[in-house]
Design a protein around this ligand. Structure first.
Ligand code: GTP
Ligand code: MG
Length: 321
């Protein structure tokens, strides 16, 4: 149906959350006609069109398998709803890479009220790239941030997964469980980037959780990081530390130059997508990474990531001619 993309974009821009499921379907569709509609949808929600960056807070939650991310998100969603915030959760499912699509699978296990129109939960495939944020997920986060107060992207892993999520999220929280020495080592050795917030889950386990928190705090200090807060939370009833975590996420966002971070994120995201699709040869045709970056820097800062990818691809087309 022609015109569907702009109409959905306009509804999201006006805060109509009911438009979100259809918008996500469109962004995930691979049908050529839908690709055009999806591009039109993103144009409606580009910062240039909105007159500002989308107001929603994009939060990345990442951590090793079994760390307690989904249970934590159930508690966070309840607490955000208690504060009157609307929440969209994009759960990136690494196991569905090959099937190319997924329903709300086992991995999500998020508890929420299905009758609550202020919560949207979508499980999405990780895409072809290992640890990657698929192009539709990036676009979905950008689009939903125009309508929801909080947009969460949940991914599994540390290291690469965390680096990718930092390109999309305003605030990145890494979730670890008590006794997770591997994460501590990753942090110390620089394999892992320093997150904005570190969360030790399963605080109800007691001493081990407290020791992990102390070790992580000490490691951060030795790396010279003063701003990263390390919190211990328990997500099982009765939950503890959840409000403090919400406050920590918000205070990070309050201290952020959102315009600068989002602009840098869109450029980095466009470059990553282009490099993933067209490889080193594609980059060379644009004068290497530096050439592509120069081209991106010359574009209107109000363009959505999808439009920036188009700019790079058009330039590649010119080169080939
Ligand atoms: N004691 C305790 N157990 C918890 C807590 N949070 C989560 N768990 C348990 O830890 C296990 C893993 O929790 P999930 O929330 O599924 O972890 P996840 O990080 O989403 O796991 P994946 O989706 O597989 O990566 C489950 O058995 C939870 O019940 C907590 O605060 N305290
Ligand atoms: Mg999970």
């Amino acid at each position: 149906m022609s015109g569907e993309g702009p109409a959905l974009g306009a509804r999201l821009r006006e805060g109509d959350l009911g438009a979100a499921p259809a918008a996500l379907n469109l962004l995930e569709s691979t049908a050529p006609a839908d690709r055009d509609e999806a591009a039109a949808l993103m144009r409606e929600l580009a910062p240039g069109e909105l007159g500002a960056e989308a107001a929603g807070h994009v939060v990345g939650i990442t951590g090793p398998p079994g760390a307690g991310k989904s249970t934590l998100l159930s508690a966070l969603i309840a607490a955000w709803r208690g504060r009157g915030r609307t929440v969209a959760l994009l759960a990136v499912d690494p196991s569905s890479r090959r099937s190319g699509g997924s329903l709300l699978g086992d991995r999500a296990r998020i508890e929420f009220d299905p009758a609550d129109r202020g919560v949207l939960i979508r499980s999405t495939a990780a895409g072809e790239r290992l640890g990657g944020i698929a192009r539709p997920t990036r676009a979905a986060a950008e689009a939903l941030a125009a309508a929801f107060d909080v947009v969460v992207i949940e991914t599994v892993g540390v290291g690469q997964a965390e680096t990718e999520i930092a390109d999309v999220a305003d605030t990145v929280a890494v979730v670890v469980q008590p006794g997770s020495g591997d994460v501590l080592q990753f942090l110390k050795s620089g394999i892992m980037e320093i997150p904005d917030v570190l969360v030790v889950t399963k605080a109800d386990l007691g001493d081990l959780a407290m020791r992990t928190r102390r070790d992580l705090t000490a490691a951060l200090r030795s790396l010279g990081s003063r701003s990263t807060k390390v919190l211990a939370v328990s997500s099982l009833a009765p939950p503890s530390g959840i409000d403090e975590l919400i406050d920590a996420l918000e205070s990070h966002r309050d201290g952020l130059d959102v315009t600068a971070r989002r602009l840098a994120a869109r450029r980095a995201g466009a470059l990553a997508e282009f490099a993933a699709e067209h490889g080193e040869r594609g980059l060379r045709a644009l004068g290497g990474r530096a050439g592509a970056e120069r081209l991106l820097a010359a574009q209107d800062p109000g363009l959505a990531t999808a439009a920036l990818i188009e700019v790079l691809e058009d330039a590649l087309g010119e080169e080939a001619r």
